[in-house]
Design a protein around this ligand. Structure first.
Ligand SMILES: *[C@@H]1O[C@H](CO)[C@@H](O)[C@H](O)[C@H]1NC(C)=O
Ligand SMILES: *[C@@H]1O[C@H](CO)[C@@H](O)[C@H](O)[C@H]1NC(C)=O
Length: 509
């Protein structure tokens, strides 16, 4: 089942079939409702003192570690580079291996094992989950989603963004679309473009998604700036770019005409540059409308890139869909005129995870966490805005209970079957289970597209990520003390898996 990772890449559509009864599953547990810490965000302009900051969260799709200018890429991203260099670059930041699970982490502030969706790609979020959009709306925000949702489309309007906390929605419900057709891949190729709950695909056929999402984001910002009230804005701008298929207007491809020979890499680079221009345009609109002075902009990719689809995670190991760093260590930064000069232009190396945005954004919004399920994320605002040490010491990347009868998995009897799991504790990273043939290092085309590896696969791997971020040196045989320690931590998490929702069977259309 986990081999389905390439389905999106190849343009087919992956849907989840699930038992409706599980939609409403409630699961208990203790509430951890402390947004904690009494730090008040610094306001740089007196006039804005009373207002809550606008929050603009820009998500790129499948953008790799090696695909932004500031990571020494051949790809030109001048706007991203400038915004990042005016803000705080997050360089020890993680998400999930796939589009939908990362969005699930963002929306719920919870690990996949706790939402019940720890298996394969599944664009679904249980209705029992409280979204960050709902909480921000409760805190007084106008909440807008433009672009890709990928958390429950096609099943039930109950699962659509307008019913999950967004005042306005324009975009895709699922994943894997044509950039011009707005249809999902596969033989049935349904339109999947909506304005709130209304299908509008045919109205936009032929228009490139990066343009239409940008225009809608600009429209929302402009409209918002004209509102007489001081209502703050939460804009979640979730681009389709730079997911496959490789499609881009010619003018952008021309930028790389004599620069990148490889067709895939050239088009991918052009798509990225187009998205970069779009981000520049949205920030311009935030500035011209006066919203920018009181805005916190967060940029994040959702998972690593697919090298065979033009992207690059070099020099990191692996790619989208696998738990090596190339699949999960993401490009991200936070920028805002509200940040102090002390942190502007700095690089932050604290451990941060996609689930952390929930508490961090709620903190900025002076919201509360009432009614949320136990969150796995941390409020990272002090870390980002003051460079303080993070409270986060570990990340449970994922854990799927033992599906392999493998005595190797049974270190000291912790597990009787090998779990498929990835865990980070401090600088240490443990991978267990089915890790075969997924872990090559791939140079981008302009460097020869050389594939190294697959390297030293085992069913248990241990890396010191601080010293060995490229995961070249498996220490599982040599540091058994650390290995046992991490196994114990994994066992602790294993006891908290929510097994109630995971009645999902992916179906390839
Ligand atoms: C969605 O509905 C709200 C409320 O009626 C409206 O203000 C907003 O413009 C709609 N969004 C779109 C994209 O049509
Ligand atoms: C950005 O704005 C310029 C000027 O309005 C426009 O020509 C261009 O098409 C826009 N690009 C994108 C990607 O939105």
């Amino acid at each position: 089942m986990r081999r389905l990772r390439s389905v999106c890449l190849y343009g087919t559509t992956l849907l989840c079939v699930f038992f409706l009864s599980h939609l409403f599953v409630r699961f208990g547990g203790r509430e951890k409702n402390d947004v904690s810490k009494k730090y008040v965000p610094t306001q740089s302009r007196e006039s804005r003192e009373s207002g809550l900051p606008n929050i603009v969260f820009i998500m790129a799709d499948d953008l790799g570690w090696g695909d932004v200018g500031y990571h020494d890429s051949i790809i030109k991203t001048p706007n991203i580079d400038r915004l990042a260099s005016e803000g705080v670059k997050l360089e020890n930041y993680y998400g999930s291996t796939w589009c939908a699970p990362s969005r699930l982490n963002l929306m719920t502030g919870r690990y996949r094992i706790h939402t019940g969706l720890y298996g394969d790609v599944c664009d679904f979020m249980a209705l029992s989950e409280t979204t960050v959009a709902e909480k921000l709306r409760e805190a007084g925000y106008y909440t807008a989603l433009v672009g890709k949702w990928h958390l429950g489309g096609f099943y039930n309007t109950e699962c659509n963004p307008p019913q999950r906390g967004f005042d306005t929605f324009f975009g895709y419900l699922g994943g894997c679309h044509g950039y011009y057709t707005h249809r999902r891949g596969g033989p049935r190729a349904k339109y999947d473009l909506f304005a709130n709950d209304t299908a509008v695909g045919p109205d936009y056929e032929g228009q490139y998604s990066t343009f239409i999402f940008t225009k809608e984001a600009q429209r929302i910002v402009e409209q918002h700036s004209k509102r007489p009230t001081e209502q703050p804005l939460f804009l979640y701008l979730s681009y389709q770019a730079v997911h496959t298929p490789l499609e881009v207007p010619e003018e952008y491809e021309n930028i790389y005409k004599n620069v990148i020979e490889d067709d895939d890499r050239r088009i991918y680079a052009a798509m990225t540059t187009c998205m970069d221009e779009a981000i520049g345009n949205v920030t311009e609109t935030l500035k011209s409308t006066g919203l920018w002075e009181n805005t916190v902009l967060i940029f994040s990719s959702d998972n690593g890139a697919t090298p065979s689809g033009g992207g690059s995670n070099w020099p990191l190991r692996g790619h989208k869909g696998v738990w090596y760093e190339g699949g999960i260590r993401l490009v991200s930064f936070v920028t805002s005129p509200l940040l102090t000069d002390q942190v502007k232009g700095t690089v932050n190396n604290e451990l941060i995870h996609m689930t952390d945005w929930f508490k961090t954004m709620l903190y900025l919004a002076k919201g509360n966490l009432k009614g949320t399920k136990p969150l796995d994320g941390y409020n990272q605002w002090e870390t980002i805005s003051m460079g303080k040490t993070t409270d986060r010491k570990e990340i449970l990347h994922n854990l799927i209970p033992g599906d392999q009868a493998d005595t190797e998995g049974s270190i000291d009897g912790f597990f009787d079957r090998m779990p498929f799991a990835t865990l980070r504790v401090g600088k240490w990273k443990l991978l267990t289970g089915n890790i075969v043939n997924e872990g090559s290092w791939t140079k981008p085309a302009e460097m020869g597209f050389h594939i190294y590896g697959p390297g030293n696969h085992g069913s248990i791997e241990l890396y010191n990520i601080e010293e060995d971020p490229e995961e070249r040196n498996n220490l599982a045989q040599t540091n058994t003390v650390k290995l046992r320690e991490l196994y114990r931590t994994l066992q602790r998490y294993s006891a908290t898996i929510n097994k109630d929702v995971l009645q999902v069977e992916p179906v390839v259309e």
